[in-house]
Design a protein around this ligand. Structure first.
Ligand code: FES
Length: 93
């Protein structure tokens, strides 16, 4: 995902529909994951307002890849992939 020293960007839709449909909890889960895995330097977490894709929400973007209908289980898997990718990129085991 992250191929250089730029932080990996995770963008969460904070529009009211996505927020109510799951991004409230997803945002908390991402923040918790970043904190507990000490990823503040390698992940940049941002939010944006509604982008008129509410029907497919909750929506978020990880490293430029857009995810729709993200459940807590989906997000857990996404974050595990992110964690593996970042550990690999940093040369850690
Ligand atoms: S609230 Fe997320 S796309 Fe509309």
């Amino acid at each position: 995902m992250s191929t250089n020293d730029e932080p990996l960007e995770i963008v969460v839709c904070l529009g009211s529909s996505c927020f109510a449909r799951g991004n409230s909890g997803n945002l908390a889960m991402i923040e918790e994951y970043i904190e507990s895995h000490d990823l503040n330097a390698t992940v940049r977490l941002c939010g944006h307002l509604c982008e008129d894709q509410c029907k497919q929400g909750p929506n978020l973007t990880v490293g430029g890849e857009v995810y729709h209908g993200v459940t807590a289980d989906d997000l857990r898997q996404i974050l595990e992939r992110v964690g593996r990718s970042l550990r690999g990129a940093n040369g850690a085991t």
